[in-house]
Design a protein around this ligand. Structure first.
Ligand SMILES: [Zn+2]
Ligand SMILES: [Zn+2]
Length: 115
């Protein structure tokens, strides 16, 4: 299995299927570990989830997780998606939305840090 084959396999999965996959669970675990098991927005240590800053590298999460994924608690994650009702399913059509989403969350994280 080379990098491209793995990426094609991931992209073929439905989003729900991917979220249930061992690979996603492993990656989400790494994201949480890297974040010190704390929400990057509020610092909560409960109900942590991995959120995609960008789907640009979907299929290559295991290479780009440090850059593309962020650890959020469920509360912040839900609030974020409520304010930004973009689906979790990556598609080319939503690339621009995703870019904005990325900027938004970077800003939120930075504000949190420097307030
Ligand atoms: Zn939070
Ligand atoms: Zn998310």
């Amino acid at each position: 299995m080379n990098i491209e084959t793995i990426a094609i396999g991931i992209k073929r999965m439905g989003w729900d299927e991917f979220r249930e996959s061992d690979m996603w669970k492993t990656i989400a675990g790494l994201v949480k570990c890297e974040a010190g098991y704390k929400c990057s927005l509020c610092g909560s240590t409960e109900r942590l989830e991995a959120h995609h800053n960008t789907y640009e590298n979907h299929g290559y999460e295991w290479l780009y997780w440090r850059h593309d994924l962020v650890c959020l608690c469920r509360e912040c994650h839900e609030r974020f998606h409520k304010n930004h009702p973009v689906s979790h399913r990556p598609s080319i059509d939503t690339a621009e939305q995703k870019r904005r989403e990325h900027e938004e969350i970077s800003r939120a994280i930075n504000n949190e840090k420097y307030e």
